[in-house]
Design a protein around this ligand. Structure first.
Ligand code: AMP
Ligand code: ZN
Length: 144
């Protein structure tokens, strides 16, 4: 039996307020919402990171996201939403089962963009051409 809390929710072993489900995806309300309507969208398959998803599952995982994101915003009368995956503990991922956070936002909420997370660090020096070449090489190696 899985020790993963989100697998337990998917399997119905622990309760959650589910808002959407299909063959591949379950979405439910976050138990400690950052804002009213904060929703998590998870693949049924236990995959820790978005970067571990195979392309077919990734497509099926993302397919309902626009519809869910729209419904969540409508339900709480939001003006927008911040949507993000925390990928790995370095990024603050606590539950090791990939989950998209949909956090409703309002023009008046003053939380700022996701960039606000990084403002304290100041400018980051980047060799853009070298870095882009490295990413392209990694993508090519992953596809070989
Ligand atoms: P992360 O830090 O990206 O791993 O986010 C984990 C999220 O899961 C947090 O926002 C928690 O509030 C949420 N969470 C943890 N346990 C539960 C649960 N049993 N039901 C719903 N949400 C949960
Ligand atoms: Zn899991």
């Amino acid at each position: 039996m899985s020790e993963c809390i989100f697998c337990k929710i998917i399997e119905g072993e622990i309760p959650a307020e589910r808002v959407y489900e299909d063959e591949d995806v379950v979405a439910f309300l976050d138990a400690n919402p950052l804002a009213e309507g904060h929703t998590l969208v998870v693949p049924r398959e236990h995959v820790e990171r978005v970067s571990d998803l195979d392309p077919d599952l990734a497509g099926r995982y993302f397919r309902p996201v626009p519809e869910i994101a729209g419904a969540v915003q409508e339900a709480v009368g939001a003006d927008g939403a911040t949507m993000a995956w925390n990928e790995g503990s370095a990024a603050g991922q606590e539950v090791p089962h990939a989950h998209l956070h949909i956090v409703p936002r309002w023009d008046s909420d003053r939380h700022g963009p996701i960039h606000a997370l990084f403002q304290a660090q100041g400018e980051v020096e980047v060799d853009e051409a070298g870095l882009a070449q490295s990413v392209r090489a990694e993508l090519q190696a992953a596809r070989a």
